[in-house]
Every structure is written in structure tokens, then in C-alpha cells.
Design a protein around this ligand. Structure first.
Ligand SMILES: [Mg+2]
Length: 172
């Protein structure tokens, strides 16, 4: 069975504590003053420890990543907008880490719970999936709550979640 990790960005790879680094702080200030994320997002530097933790997950479990972050709705890869995979590659996430369908589909008012279902489709392909996201409210809406590995927004992807994910997949 293939393993898929639905990946959020804010609060996972770009945690709260990374917003006050000398590089990110001026960008975050501009964002707070109203500059659109489309003009800023690809300039933020992800937290290198969080990215290293993600690398450990990918290498030790063989999972493939699918972007579920709302960043995919901004970096759409057309017109003057860069593609989300290019933005992620700049931050140390090579394209080989991603599934052949690397971005979860969405509709106007869909939630991440629906978007996971859109991606999974009719269930004809057996997939053992997990969601890595700091949004705790998803837990209450997800039927399979044990598939949600929740990070803390301030800290991002830490050893704790790496262990949970590796443990989930090593037991299969
Ligand atoms: Mg988030």
C-alpha cells in the first residue's frame, strides 16, 4: 500500500518562531501591513530543522508528499504566479519527494477534509495516508482522527511528530 503525507506549510515548515528571524521578520511585518502573500510567500525561508525533520520522514518511510496547504491556491504556476513545487524546492523540498499528483484539488468553499477526499477519489487505489497540519480544528471534522498528526504552530515539525509518523508506518 502506498504511503501519502498531506503537507501543510504554515505551522509545519514555517512555524511561528521562524517568523522573527532577521530574514523573515521584515517580510512578516510587510504581510501584517497588508502586502499580499502572493508577493511575499516565496521569499520566506522555512525553518531548516523542520525541513530536516521532513527529510527524515520521507527517507525513512518512503512516503510521497501531497500539498494541502493553502499556499497551493496562491502559487498556481500560471501568469506571474510561481508554482508551489518551485517555491517548496527553493526551500529544500526536492520534487522527487512528491507524489505524481502532488497538489490536492479544491473547490471554492471546500475544507481540507473534503480536499483529502477529492484527492483520494473513489478509493480504488489503496493508500495509507496521514495529514501533517497544525490546524487543530481539522481533528473535530475528520472521521479518521488518528490520521491527523498535529504540530504546534510556534514550533512546527518536531521530533515528536517525526516519531509519531515513523511509528504509524513502521507498524504496518
Ligand atoms: Mg497551518
Amino acid at each position: 500500500m502506498s504511503r501519502v503525507l498531506f503537507l501543510d506549510v504554515d505551522g509545519v515548515l514555517l512555524p511561528g518562531r521562524a517568523l522573527c528571524t532577521p530574514h523573515n521578520a521584515p517580510l512578516f511585518e510587510a504581510f501584517r501591513k497588508g502586502t499580499a502573500l502572493a508577493q511575499l510567500g516565496d521569499k520566506f525561508a522555512f525553518d531548516s530543522c523542520c525541513v530536516a525533520n521532513l527529510q527524515e520522514i520521507v527517507e525513512s518511510t518512503g512516503c510521497k508528499l501531497v500539498v494541502i496547504s493553502t499556499w497551493r491556491k496562491i502559487f498556481i504556476g500560471s501568469g506571474d504566479r510561481r508554482g508551489i513545487l518551485d517555491v517548496l524546492a527553493d526551500n529544500g523540498l526536492p520534487k522527487e519527494w512528491f507524489h505524481e499528483r502532488p497538489v490536492a484539488p479544491y473547490r471554492m468553499t471546500s475544507t481540507k477534509v473534503h480536499e483529502i477526499q477529492f484527492w483520494l477519489g473513489d478509493g480504488s487505489e489503496e493508500i495509507d495516508w496521514l495529514l501533517l497540519d497544525d490546524d487543530i480544528s481539522i481533528l473535530t471534522r475528520l472521521d479518521e482522527q488518528d490520521r491527523h498528526i498535529c504540530t504546534e504552530f510556534e514550533v512546527g515539525l518536531s521530533d515528536k511528530e517525526v516519531e509519531k509518523i515513523c511509528c504509524h508506518w513502521s507498524s504496518k
